[in-house]
Design a protein around this ligand. Structure first.
Ligand code: GLC
Ligand code: GLC
Length: 629
């Protein structure tokens, strides 16, 4: 075993390992040379103290070189296209969809049959929820992965997955899969070897003989799934304790061991070679642990992502990462850069959309759009209304305080509002991971149920559209949770299912609502009306180049219920005004005096004279093409 030494010596040892593992392609070598100094520096910072640092780095380089040799030609062609147009994801035509393979279409063959529908919707990105081999029964919706190289047999095979990726590609749709890299299931081969006492694999996880270290760590960590187990550890049958942030069958990997990094980089490149174009980096905040800290979003978590990014740039340069960090907004943006994650969920905009709908007050969201929306070039938000997970109120307390709002109390109110414990609420949501010790909770429910359609509230459909109007027009990639476009309602049957009963997120993960899809052309139904209005918005978005990219300029009106912003194009702008209030408001000509008088209403296809002002009905919105004076 050799520790890391100098850049030159470690490069020589890497080249040697590459040559021993097979041919070293010229293109690969060029990219290797461009990335190696960065990778080496990160390795030195992360693994400088390890006796096996150089050896693992060399093995990693060899693995990357072999992965490049195995990369199918059509993916190398795709790499070239992506490198020539690195902001391909920021187009006004970008649109994502997400679904569970089994719940939406039964299996991978069923997903393939849905491609015409995905095209009808205009998708350019399809996120299939984790579809890998996982324990029978409870497996956190697939987020407990037993093999990254085997598709869950009930869904199909790896060969089918790469064929599907190719079919999607031909249809202009990029396949997005999860990289569940913070933990494996307790049935993964590595986990079994660790339990059996194999020291190399014991070092893949964080295992302690007694409670001393777990107690020490837990003094500063937070409980993520307290309904499942207290703290961050669970006990093995032999009495030892293993780190387990989420469910007891999901064991956190030990990234302080370079062999773990190397092994996971190998799994990543394997997936890249199946035709995956975006990897959703699951639970990024948790990947590095250090005693005395919260063990979330530590500097090393960023270094690890940068190191994965460098490996990607060597061996699958067209692929990009999407960060899943559902944390404080300052921490969310820290993961976003061309050298780390090019894409990220925008949990702040998501949560504040629901916040504004509940309060009928758009100010927190307006401030966030003006102060927290900007991103570095070469990156983009993924804007969504809801995901397969809960809605957590991740706004910054300091932002709330600036408006005189107490963050803790406001979260309590929002939880009560969305779980129907607040008089007059239109929402039908369910609490998730309610923690009596801290008063913390999050909310689950489909968009239609949270927005008031389930409760029969007159504003329900408008609110579904209002929420989507924001996701579709603030920039980046808008992401639809499939089913929401036909106003899918909550499915309470999970409560009778012994496997799912304990996790209320299943309330919004129902099977594909066939009846609602069948009604999507029928305007006498909520499904039909929502579908018609939403697909209209999608079509308008696709025809408005101003909506590409991420630039956004706030637009203030005299009303706290109105959220306003402009998306600048070359000469024109799209002005979006959205009213979360229950009353109509009138935007007067003076407020609109910065624009030429003639404007165009993109949604209703009509010319407007701004001297007449704009009437915004309750829960109404407009997208206007305006010309600044
Ligand atoms: C991510 C997933 C969530 C899962 C967790 C553990 O947050 O979105 O569904 O429970 O990671 O893998
Ligand atoms: C996952 C969980 C969510 C939790 C978050 C923490 O997204 O589903 O409940 O708040 O991780 O990062």
């Amino acid at each position: 075993m050799t520790a890391l030494t100098t850049l030159e010596a470690d490069r020589a040892s890497a080249l040697d390992a590459m040559e021993r593992s097979g041919r070293v392609d010229d293109d690969f070598l060029t990219r290797f040379d461009a990335q190696f100094p960065r990778l080496h520096e990160l390795f030195a910072r992360l693994y400088g103290g390890r006796a096996d640092g150089q050896e693992q780095l060399a093995l990693l380089a060899a693995e990357a070189s072999s992965a490049w040799n195995a990369r199918p030609l059509e993916l190398k062609v795709r790499d070239e296209q992506r490198l020539a147009d690195p902001e391909w994801f920021a187009s006004e035509r970008a649109l994502g969809g997400v679904c569970y393979v089994d719940r939406f279409a039964g299996n991978l063959a069923g997903i393939r049959d849905q491609i015409p529908y995905f095209r009808e919707l205009g998708l350019s990105y399809l996120h299939l929820m984790p579809l890998f081999d996982a324990p029978e029964g409870d497996n956190d919706g697939g987020y407990a992965v037993s093999s990254y190289r085997r598709v869950n047999p009930s869904l199909g095979t790896m060969a089918q997955l790469s064929e599907l990726a190719a079919d999607l590609r031909t249809s202009g749709i990029s396949l997005v899969l999860d990289f569940v890299f913070n933990h494996t299931s307790n049935e993964h081969d590595w986990a079994r070897a660790a339990v059996a006492g194999n020291p190399a694999y014991e070092d893949f996880y964080l295992i302690f003989p007694d409670r001393e270290m777990p107690d020490a760590y837990e003094r500063t960590t937070r409980e993520i799934f307290p309904d499942d187990h207290a703290g961050s550890f669970v006990q093995l049958d032999d009495g030892r304790w293993i780190w387990s942030t989420f469910y007891h069958y999901q064991w956190d990997l030990n990234y302080a061991n370079p062999a773990v990094f190397r092994a996971m980089a190998g799994e990543m490149l394997f997936l890249a070679n199946q035709g995956v174009e975006v990897l959703r980096m699951d639970a990024v905040a948790f990947i590095w642990k250090q005693l005395g800290t919260a063990c979330e979003s530590l500097p090393e978590a960023h270094m690890l992502l940068q190191a994965f990014n460098a490996v990607l740039a060597m061996a699958a340069p067209g692929m990009v990462f999407k960060s899943e960090a559902i944390v404080h907004p300052d921490e969310v943006v820290a993961y976003i850069s061309p050298g780390e994650c090019q894409l990220s969920y925008n949990p702040l905009q998501m949560a504040l959309t629901w916040e504004a709908l509940a309060t009928r007050d758009g100010r927190l969201l307006q401030d966030a759009l003006e102060r927290r929306h900007a991103l570095p070039p070469g990156t983009a938000w993924v804007n969504y209304v809801r995901s397969h997970d809960d809605v957590g109120w991740t706004f910054a307390d300091e932002d709330a305080a600036a408006l005189g709002i107490d963050g803790y109390g406001h979260r309590q109110f929002l939880n009560r509002f969305y779980t129907g414990r607040f008089d007059g609420s239109f929402a039908r949501g369910v609490a998730f991971q309610e923690n009596p010790a801290t008063g913390d909770a999050r909310v689950t429910g489909t968009t239609a149920s949270l927005a008031g359609i389930e409760a029969g509230d007159a504003g329900g459909e408008d609110r579904v559209l209002l929420a989507h109007t924001l996701a579709l027009s603030t920039g980046g990639i808008p992401l639809l949770y499939l089913g929401d476009e036909v106003a899918q309602l909550n499915d309470y049957s999970y409560a009778d299912d012994p496997v799912r009963r304990g996790d209320s997120r299943w309330v919004h993960r129902g099977n594909s609502p066939r009846d609602r899809y069948a009604q999507r052309g029928n305007l006498d139904t909520a499904a039909g009306r929502v579908f018609r209005r939403l697909t209209k918005l999608i079509a308008v978005r696709q025809s408005a180049p101003e909506l590409a990219g991420n630039d956004l300029i706030g637009f203030r009106t005299p009303y706290t219920s109105v959220i306003g912003y402009q998306r600048p194009g070359e000469t024109t702008r799209v002005l979006v005004l959205a009213n979360v209030g229950d009353r109509e408001v009138r935007i007067d000509p003076l407020t609109l005096s910065g624009f030429e008088r003639s404007a165009f209403d993109l949604i209703h296809d009509v010319e407007l004279d701004l001297d007449e002002g704009i009437d915004l009905p309750a829960h109404g919105f407009v997208w206007l093409r305006v010309t600044p004076l």
